[in-house]
Design a protein around this ligand. Structure first.
Ligand code: FEO
Length: 394
């Protein structure tokens, strides 16, 4: 297949991976993903920006041959993670005159992870430029979105920026240019939630930086190219905002429905008061949907049954995930039911501690909820309503 030209001798040479269903052995993929690679043909030199996921290397090299790209002078490694750097050793075999251009942290990573020899790597500094003749590549270090080794490559004359994982989406396509659909928005938000949200403040900073650059296009390493940069930059401005939305997220695991009945009652109370709720069945639902809800939530209320003498392990798993994703939520609590005894809350409270949430008094009941237990849930709802009012959400 012929490479699609993006702009003035800049070509898309990445690949879709429609069958991939999970990323990092953690994140379900609704639409597979793409591994984007960009060929930049200058009047004197040719550069390849980012490469390919190792299992796709053979197909990738075949496509480069089919497109008769000729020589490659520079392989730009914007990031060491192997979905982008994995084909560098094979490329260096096929194009022995090529040299890898990257930053010192990424150089260390590709030496360690791919055994790329030091003599094949040229380390550049932040802001450094290299000339391809009629095109100039400028390297902008962007540590934190999402690895310490991440950098962007700006193609000056064309005013386009390759942002690596930042501003991407796990999404596949036939035409490389973004079609601004609900499906793409959701994929980009899910991707932000799972990959970028732990680095929200850095995302905020680079979003503003790229806005200020007023680029013509954004070329990420996953998902389509944005001809309309404000589409994805405005979305990131919203997602990285310090202000949560009027939303309570309710992840729960309930062995005999007692915990679920209380979660349902709390959700109903809150909805009646004008607060959006998102109930999440920890056993059956997709973790990506929970991560997306956490982008906006002001409050997290966990529901858990007791297993042996502690919270259900799957609830602990979700509390851990919530803590590492570092959402902007302000308030939290726990609801749960037990059969014969134990401590339901301590483990989850400790898990959530890094988020420094304002903790609302938890509710622990024995067995199936009674009218008195539901009154306690009503009281919790009233407290949440007051908390949301206190930060201007109601
Ligand atoms: Fe898409 Fe951090 O790799």
């Amino acid at each position: 297949m012929k490479f699609q030209e993006i702009k003035n001798n800049i070509y898309y040479c990445g690949l879709n991976d429609c069958d991939r269903r999970i990323f990092d052995e953690l994140i379900p993929l609704e639409h597979g993903t793409s591994y984007n690679s960009y060929l930049v043909k200058g009047s004197e030199k040719t550069a390849l920006i980012d490469t390919m996921y190792p299992p796709k290397t053979t197909e990738y090299l075949k496509r480069l041959s089919e497109n008769q790209i000729g020589k490659i002078d520079y392989i730009i490694a914007n990031h060491g993670e192997q979905d982008h750097s994995g084909s560098i050793p094979a490329l260096l075999e096929k194009y022995p005159n090529a040299i890898v251009i990257t930053n010192p942290k990424c150089a260390e990573n590709i030496r360690n992870m791919l055994h790329v020899p030091s003599e094949k790597i040229r380390e550049i500094s932040d802001g450094e430029e290299i000339s391809l003749g009629d095109k100039t590549l400028k390297f902008i270090f962007a540590p934190g979105v999402h690895w310490p080794d991440t950098m962007f490559t700006y193609i000056k004359e064309d005013n386009v920026i390759c942002t690596c994982d930042f501003l991407g989406a796990h999404y596949t396509f036939n035409d490389v240019f973004a079609v601004e659909s609900e499906a793409l928005y959701k994929s980009a938000k899910r991707y932000y939630a799972e990959i970028m949200m732990p680095f929200r403040m850095m995302c905020k900073r680079y979003t503003q930086m790229i806005k200020d650059m007023n680029v013509d296009m954004i070329l990420p390493s996953h998902g389509p190219v944005h001809k309309n940069p404000s589409y994805i930059l405005d979305a990131y401005t919203d997602w990285t905002s310090d202000n949560p939305k009027n939303l309570v997220v309710l992840p729960y695991v309930s062995m005999y429905n007692s915990t679920k009945e209380m979660i349902d009652k709390l959700s109903s109370d809150l909805e009646k008061a004008g607060i959006d709720t998102f109930k999440f069945d920890i056993v059956d639902d997709d973790l990506g949907d929970l991560a997306m809800a956490l982008v906006d939530a002001a409050t997290i209320i966990m529901g858990t049954s007791m297993v042996l003498a502690g919270p259900h392990p799957m609830a602990v798993n979700v509390a851990y995930l919530a803590a590492v994703l570092r959402p902007k939520a302000k308030f939290a609590s726990i609801i749960g039911s037990y059969g014969w005894g134990g401590k339901l809350f301590d483990v989850i409270i400790n898990m959530l501690a890094p988020l420094k949430l304002d903790l609302i008094e938890p509710i622990q009941i024995k067995g199936k909820p009674t009218e008195d237990d539901f009154k306690k849930v009503d009281e919790m709802a009233k407290i949440i309503i007051e908390k949301h009012k206190s930060i201007g959400l109601l």
